[in-house]
Each structure stands twice: as structure tokens, then as C-alpha cells.
Design a binder for this molecule. Structure first.
Ligand SMILES: [Zn+2]
Length: 655
């Protein structure tokens, strides 16, 4: 009985490269992770489900079910009956076909808190508390968006106000300041007004107009101060901020099609030239302080108590666009970590809970933003690897800090803590697109013709999608790992006859994949191609999986997704993170066996004596337990005691 935890915390860090994480933990850089490893077990051999990507694998961690069972089978979801290129961001909770542990627990009268956990929107709880789940950060919005739309931000993504030319920035020119009332400006002050070009707002809204003034502070001979305002009045001033500094947090309300929405934001002056001719003013988005909790409206309770900002997907696009430098990207991810950790801490210390589950995302953005810069295989400038690695380590440190902050909210002697990731990552390798192979073989025909013009490859925001001629197309690769044949009677414009033609075509496509050799490197990009029914051996199948699924050599393609869970390339490694600590768990032990993400739920349920969710398919990680047969012995002893009591009660009275 002593080994039964009172509470369970599952804390996820997305996309960790675990050999790097374990090394840094050992070197003392990640003290909270190291402390947990010392008090518990860890595993270098944790295998995540295939594909190695976010929505399905967090869903596995929450349900104990494989993707073929829970139905989230890739980054974006595909529901049979739609056009084959109609795939949508996989964050809609209703598309999950397996019960989450949260539901089994709420049905058993337990209390649950879910924080920023992918694929849980518009909510998975009846009585508990949930923040986020509609994307990867609290104000990130991806639910059901067509994949070509990328992600939205509530209220908006980040923006840059600048005198220079930067991609997607708001360009301004300054003139002598005028018309300011009740605001003290020097005679040298300059000003401008700018209507912000909204980048992918969740709710269509009126673009806000800001006034920006540049000034010299008292006694200064150079421009060193930026004033940002919504009106040229004393009350209209948001903030006054020095070159190189962040402003204080600003709160305001903006008009959207769904009515006024409250937001919090900050500015950083990235650059202000002494003569006032050059300005670069960055804002990491107008971040809604409503619209991302269950029950609705609980943001009010804690938004102003949290450090940092409720950011969405912010920072790495800014780095790629050159809006901000490395140090600032680290500051932005710190703002995100601070807010999420403080909000979690607030809920954990103010609301009842038995089970808490969360995920933090910034580590994943490291590899999408600058994975190539980190790896000697791919770095465009090897001399910069140490600088990029310092930023990578800084973001791991922040996730470690957030973990520590969250753990402060519980008694570790009585809490089972699982730290886990959904997949690893690697640097992007050589470009490889299955649809180009299919087009060359005449199996895929584009309506916008042109012989297989390369699709624009980008992991940023919206993606251009080519128009397919479905009346001539027999096979189409969609998402990361799926190829569908365009089947008559099944797909909206199907032309492949079910039966013999279908089977022959599948064989032809599989041969096409295996036969292809990259002419330049001599490598074969396809390492695995399976018919849907054969994919059961990698726990995939059913109508939400392609007629063929494939996997790609890690020397090709982007950072994660179409690479096997065992793949390694350069500094990259697709294995998952797994640390388990708390009552009943061995201490300071590395477990050698393979741990799978489906094993998290049953192991938690075994230890906490909780009901197992309906579709759970994993097993108990017995090798992590101090006493793998402890529950059996406890049951035997209870049965013996009951028998003894029964014998006594049933015994004829002694007189
Ligand atoms: Zn992920």
C-alpha cells in the first residue's frame, strides 16, 4: 500500500534528441531532469509509434492506444470520403477514437487537469480544468485547418515594424513628430503610424493601428527611446522602451468578428540607430487572454499572475525571417515556458487534481528552425555550430526549468512523475517527394500541368498545394507516410477499379518506391513500403491509413515524421524520452528494455490503481517497478485476511 502514488503527473517535452538531453542532464545542465533520473528510472531505448510525429504520438501517450486504434494517423488527419488532398491539422479532439485516461478517471470520480496538450480541442473534460489544446502553444490555433493554411494565432501571429525590408514585415518611415497630447517628447522626436498587417489571425479582425515615436531621452544626444501607442495621447501610450530592451506587458482589447477580445503583448526594440533612421521593433503577437480554457473564462483568474506570455507558435519564424537574433529567440521561448509553467502551477495549487498532463513545445521548434545549423552533416557554416548549440541548450534548460516549476506544486514523495517525448528529431536532409515519383510515372497528374514542377518546400506557415487532376490520377501521396490509390466507389473521383487493378497498382507503386535510387548520392530514400494490411506489424492500419505506407531514410526529408522510431542520422535520433519516478519505482536505474509510448497509461494505472481506458493496448513496464509482483502479493495477503475473517464469522458460536 505504501507504494501507491496519490497523484500522477505526465510532463511532455516535444521532440527531444535524447542522447543530447541525457548528456546535458549528466553534465548538470538540466538539474530537474537529472534529479528525476536519480530518483527513478530512465530509458535510452524508448520507441515512439510510427509516424514519428506530434498529434498521433501525444494521443498514444494519453490513451495507451496505437494510431491504428485511436485514429490520429499523422500530423494531419484524413477522413475517408474526402478528396485525397483534403487533409486537416490533427488537433480536433472529436477525431480521436480511443478513450483518454482523463475520461476513464473522470468517470471514476477523479480530478484531472490538462494543460496545453495537443489534439484535445474543443475540450476533453467534463469537470476538470483544461488550458490550450487547440495547437502547440496556448494561443496557437490549428484545429481542423486545411493543411495548406498552416497555423493561425489568437489574436495574431508575431509582427515586425521596421524601416528596412524584411519578409512579411510592416515597413514604416518616420517624420518629425506632431500631434501628441500630454506626452512629453523632445523637439527631436520623430513619429509614424502603422496599420499592422495581420498574419493569420484566428478570428478575422480589424487591423489595429499603432503610433510609434522615436526620441532622445533627457541628456542623450542619440535616439534611444521608442514609444508605442494606440493614440497620440497620454492614455493612449502602451509603453516606452529603450533600444535593445523589452517593454513591460501591455493589456488591451481588440475588435474581431466574434466581438471584442482581450490580449496581452510586449515589444522588443531589436534595433534603433543613434540617428533615428533605422528601427526594428518586434512584437511576439497579440496574445488572446481568453478563448483557450475549459471551463471558458478561467483565464481571468491567473493571466496577470503568470510571468511570460501565452504565446502560440512564435519565435522560430521570426528567427528564420531574420526579424530577431538567436538571443531574442531564446527570450521568446522563455516567455512561453514561463507563462505555461506558471499557469500550470496556478491550476495545480488552486484546483483539485489527481492526474495532471501537459506538454511543452519549444524544443521541437529548435530543430525545425535551425536543426541544419546544428549538425556538421548539414551546417552551412560550421563555425557557427557552437553558437546554435548554445541556443539549443538554452531552450532545453528552459524546459527543464518549467518542469521544476511544475514539480514544485506537488509532493514528490506521493506523486508518480512521467517525463516523456512524442518523438526525436534530426537535421533536414536531402529533398525527397514521393508525389514527384508518382507524377513521373504518370500515376499522378496535376491540373496545373507542367512536368512535376517542384512543390515549394517549407515548414513555415501556409504551404502551397498543387491542384490535382483527379480524373487522371491513380495514386497520391498525402501527409508524411501515406499513399492512397484513387479508388472507384470509395474516393470522390475514383478511377482505380477495386480488386485486380487495385492490387496490381499497389504492387507497381511499391516497386516504384523501392526501385528509386537518388542519382547524386546513390542512396535509396525508401527504407520501407508496406501494404495497409501488412502495416499492422508497425501498428498501423484501417481506413485512416494509406493503401500503402512508407518510411524514408533519415538522410532525406525534413526533421521528423517519415523516419522510423529507431532512425539516427548525424546528431539526430528519433527515439523518445522516457523517465519515470515516484512511489514504487526503482531509483537511479537505467532500464535496458524497449519502452513504448503505449506502455505509459497501463503502467500509471497499475501503480495508481486506476481504471484502464477502454482501448488501451500497452503493457506494464514491470522492469521499472521496485517490486513487480507487489500488487499480487498484496492481493494474496488481503485474500488470506478476508478468509481468516470469514472463517471466524462463520464459525459456530463457542459456549
Ligand atoms: Zn512533436
Amino acid at each position: 500500500m505504501a507504494n501507491k502514488p496519490d497523484k500522477v503527473m505526465v510532463i511532455g517535452i516535444d521532440s527531444t534528441i535524447v542522447p543530447r538531453l541525457y548528456k546535458w542532464a549528466k553534465e548538470g545542465e538540466l538539474p530537474n531532469l537529472q534529479k528525476l533520473m536519480d530518483r527513478g528510472v530512465f530509458c535510452r531505448n524508448a520507441l515512439v509509434p510510427y509516424p514519428t510525429i506530434t498529434p498521433p504520438n501525444w494521443t498514444t501517450i494519453a490513451t495507451g492506444a496505437w494510431a491504428m486504434t485511436h485514429g490520429i494517423t499523422d500530423y494531419d488527419t484524413f477522413i475517408p470520403g474526402r478528396e485525397l488532398d483534403d487533409t486537416r491539422n490533427g488537433y480536433l479532439a472529436e477525431e480521436v477514437l480511443a478513450e483518454g485516461l482523463w475520461t476513464a478517471l473522470e468517470n471514476a470520480g477523479k480530478n484531472v487537469i490538462v494543460a496545453n496538450y495537443p489534439t484535445t480541442w474543443p475540450g476533453v473534460l467534463k469537470n476538470g480544468y483544461q488550458i490550450g489544446g487547440c495547437g502547440l502553444g496556448l494561443t496557437d490555433w490549428r484545429v481542423e485547418l486545411p493543411i495548406s493554411a498552416g497555423n493561425y494565432g489568437s489574436l495574431t501571429l508575431d509582427f515586425l515594424i521596421t524601416t528596412d525590408m524584411y519578409p512579411f514585415a510592416d515597413e514604416v518611415t518616420f517624420k518629425k513628430a506632431s500631434g501628441w497630447q500630454g506626452v512629453e517628447l523632445s523637439p527631436a522626436a520623430l513619429d509614424t503610424e502603422v496599420t499592422i498587417a495581420l498574419r493569420r489571425p484566428r478570428w478575422p479582425m480589424t487591423a489595429p493601428k499603432f503610433y510609434v515615436a522615436l526620441d532622445k531621452s533627457a541628456g542623450s544626444t542619440v535616439y534611444d527611446t521608442v514609444i508605442v501607442a494606440k493614440a497620440k495621447t497620454k492614455d493612449g501610450v502602451y509603453c516606452s522602451v529603450k533600444a535593445g530592451q523589452w517593454s513591460e506587458k501591455v493589456y488591451d482589447t481588440f475588435q474581431t468578428v466574434e466581438g471584442p477580445k482581450k490580449a496581452v503583448f510586449q515589444f522588443k526594440v531589436m534595433e534603433l540607430s543613434p540617428d533615428g533612421q533605422v528601427l526594428r521593433l518586434y512584437c511576439p503577437g497579440l496574445n488572446a487572454t481568453e478563448g483557450w480554457t475549459f471551463p471558458a473564462g478561467i483565464e481571468e483568474e491567473f493571466v496577470k499572475e503568470c510571468r511570460g506570455l501565452p504565446l502560440g507558435k512564435t519565435g522560430w519564424e521570426a528567427l528564420v525571417y531574420d526579424w530577431v537574433d538567436r538571443q531574442t529567440m531564446g527570450e521568446i521561448t522563455q516567455l512561453q515556458h514561463e507563462f505555461q509553467a506558471d499557469a500550470s502551477y496556478y491550476l495545480l495549487t488552486h484546483k483539485p487534481w489527481d492526474y495532471f498532463i501537459t506538454h511543452v513545445h519549444p524544443v521541437d521548434w529548435i530543430y525545425h528552425a535551425f536543426g541544419q545549423e546544428l549538425d556538421p552533416n548539414t551546417a552551412p557554416d560550421k563555425s557557427l555550430i557552437p553558437a546554435w548549440t548554445a541556443l539549443e541548450l538554452e531552450i532545453y534548460r528552459q524546459s527543464d526549468w518549467a518542469l521544476g516549476r511544475i514539480l514544485e506544486a506537488t509532493d514528490l514523495e506521493k506523486t508518480l512523475v512521467v517525463v516523456v517525448s512524442d518523438h526525436g528529431a534530426k537535421a533536414a536532409g536531402k529533398r525527397f517527394k514521393v508525389n514527384e515519383l508518382l507524377a513521373k510515372a504518370g500515376l499522378l497528374v496535376y491540373a496545373d500541368e507542367g512536368p512535376a514542377a517542384p512543390e515549394k518546400e517549407t515548414t513555415l506557415g501556409a504551404r502551397p498545394q498543387r491542384k490535382v487532376d483527379w480524373n487522371k490520377t491513380k495514386a497520391f501521396a498525402q501527409r508524411h507516410i501515406h499513399i492512397y490509390l484513387n479508388v472507384k466507389g470509395r474516393d470522390p473521383h475514383g478511377i482505380v477499379e477495386p480488386g485486380e487493378e487495385y492490387e496490381q497498382l499497389r504492387e507497381q507503386v511499391i516497386r516504384l518506391l523501392y526501385d528509386y535510387t537518388d542519382a547524386e548520392t546513390g542512396r535509396k530514400p525508401i527504407v520501407l513500403a508496406l501494404k495497409r494490411e501488412d502495416a499492422a506489424m508497425i501498428q498501423l492500419g484501417g481506413p485512416r491509413v494509406g493503401d500503402i505506407v512508407y518510411a524514408v531514410d533519415p538522410a532525406f526529408g525534413l526533421e521528423h515524421g517519415e523516419f522510423l522510431p529507431t532512425a539516427k542520422w548525424g546528431i539526430g535520433d528519433l527515439h523518445g524520452l522516457f523517465i519515470l519516478a515516484g512511489p514504487g519505482i526503482k531509483q537511479g536505474v537505467e532500464i535496458e528494455r524497449v519502452v513504448r509510448l503505449v506502455d505509459v497509461v497501463p503502467t500509471v494505472c497499475h501503480l495508481a490503481e486506476w481504471p484502464v481506458p477502454a482501448q488501451c493496448e500497452g503493457g506494464i513496464i514491470y522492469q521499472a517497478l521496485e517490486d513487480p509482483n507487489g500488487k499480487n502479493r498484496e492481493l494474496e495477503s488481503l485474500r488470506r485476511n478476508v478468509e481468516r475473517l470469514k472463517r471466524m464469522v462463520e464459525r459456530p458460536p463457542m459456549c
